[in-house]
Design a binder for this molecule. Structure first.
Ligand SMILES: N[C@@H](CCC(=O)N[C@@H](CS)C(=O)NCC(=O)O)C(=O)O
Length: 238
């Protein structure tokens, strides 16, 4: 039975962490809001569908599988990982990978808050000045701190949890490519000093199923509606 992914149809967003895991697993799934027909795709249909799920989730992404409704990105991956060989078999390993995923989620929240430092409900254009101040600190302090952390974790390699790939590696790939998209100048400064993180992202990108996915129309390009947005005024030396 195909998984049902419910997520905004026009962005990678947090749904992308789930898409990457499903793609690497080779698991059949429907990206429901991107389908036409029936109730139709799009944001309005997504909101209506989420309201009908039981238990009702607060926000997408949401995965529906075998009668289960699973929300919160890290929780969805915690569910998928052991089912598809994307998490360690032991409890300590699974908790560690979940911990890494939650750390990536924290970084993703901070990336979002760079362009929306006052409120998600306001346009970026209405919070450009605070965004500029936030971006400077993010580039100078938080980006290097996150990247350094993952560089240290990657030292045990070749993957974050050791010998086997986990969903945290797929998510770190997405974080790195997102940062390179949104902050190309800062990342040109920071990334070469974190070679293991870069090598890990390259390794994920070359995996056959991930490479096929990235080349397919299923991969939505980065854009300025998503979490990683390229606003040149927010980029600069780290
Ligand atoms: N912690 C949640 C955050 C979910 C979230 O913020 N989803 C966004 C899209 S990426 C959304 O539509 N939020 C609606 C809202 O917060 O009102 C997760 O990781 O899944």
């Amino acid at each position: 039975m195909a998984y049902e992914l419910h997520y905004w149809p026009e962005i990678q967003g947090r749904g992308e962490f789930v898409r990457l895991a499903l793609e690497e697993a080779g698991a059949p799934y429907r990206d429901v809001a991107r389908e036409g027909g029936g109730e139709g795709g799009g944001a309005g249909a997504l909101a209506r569908r989420l309201g009908r799920l039981d238990p009702e989730p607060f926000a997408p992404p949401v995965l529906v599988a075998d009668g289960l409704v699973v929300a919160q990105t890290a929780n969805i991956l915690f569910f998928l990982g052991p089912r598809h060989g994307l998490a360690p078999p032991d409890e300590a390993g699974r908790l560690f990978v979940n911990q890494l995923q939650l750390t990536i989620a924290d970084a993703v929240d901070e990336v979002h808050d760079v362009h929306h430092p006052i409120a998600s409900s306001l346009y970026y254009e209405d919070q450009k000045e605070p965004a500029r101040a936030k971006a400077e600190r993010f580039r100078g302090q938080r980006m290097p701190k996150y990247l350094d952390y993952f560089e240290r974790v990657a030292a045990q390699g070749p993957w974050l949890a050791g010998a086997e790939l986990s969903y945290a590696d797929l998510s770190l790939f997405q974080l790195v490519r997102g940062l390179q998209y949104a902050f190309p100048v800062a990342m040109a400064d920071l990334a070469p000093k974190r070679p293991r993180v870069l090598a890990l992202a390259d390794g994920v990108e070359k995996r056959p199923r991930i490479a096929a996915y990235l080349a397919s129309p299923r991969r939505i390009p980065f854009n300025e509606l998503g979490i990683f947005r390229r606003y040149p005024e927010l980029d600069g030396r780290a």
